[in-house]
Design a protein around this ligand. Structure first.
Ligand code: ADP
Length: 152
């Protein structure tokens, strides 16, 4: 069986924390699909095409990484594409509680899919897309929080 995982998220915008988890997970998998989950009800800050473009630029030349987007449940996306693993990052105990709920509900829906967690690097423990968006809205400099290839 090929070890394929999906790293689902909004990446609105992608941060250095996301990039670090994805790169650190590369030795664990044959392929990582970085997938932007589109939620019709939640309006994103950056358009989908821009977020996809950033992901493509950042991981260009990395043969084990694919970039895509999807709508609907992550487990449905996994089943449709035969993806046995969901990759997620953990920053804090709050992340753990949130992820435990989603991961265990996913397990009840589709028992064959395993969620794999990587602890984030300590320097990224307070970094979130929502704080980055707040800084951007208020005219601050976010360059050290987002990958170099992301040009706002
Ligand atoms: P969502 O919209 O599902 O919350 P995000 O794009 O915010 O998705 O995050 C996707 C994944 O990246 C989640 O598993 C989240 O815990 C993880 N993540 C977010 N920020 C960081 C960070 N600074 N370091 C490590 N992992 C992170």
């Amino acid at each position: 069986m090929e070890r394929i995982s999906v790293f689902p998220g909004s990446f609105d915008p992608i941060t250095r924390g996301h990039e670090s988890v994805i790169r650190r997970a590369l030795p664990l998998f044959d392929k990582i699909i970085v997938a932007i989950g589109e939620n019709g009800e939640k309006k994103s800050f950056f358009p989908l095409e821009q977020r996809l473009g950033w992901l493509r630029d950042i991981f260009e030349g990395e043969p084990k990484i694919e970039i895509t987007s999807y709508t609907g449940l992550t487990v449905d996306f996994c089943q449709k594409h035969n993806i046995p693993f969901i990759l997620r990052g953990l920053r804090t105990a709050a992340d753990f509680e949130f992820e435990r709920g989603i991961g265990q509900m996913n397990k009840l829906m589709v028992p064959g899919i395993e969620t794999v967690f990587l602890l984030c690097e300590p320097e990224y423990a307070s970094l979130s897309s929502s704080i980055v968006r707040d800084i951007i809205r208020n005219g601050g400099d976010v360059r050290k929080f987002i990958p170099e290839r992301v040009k706002l």
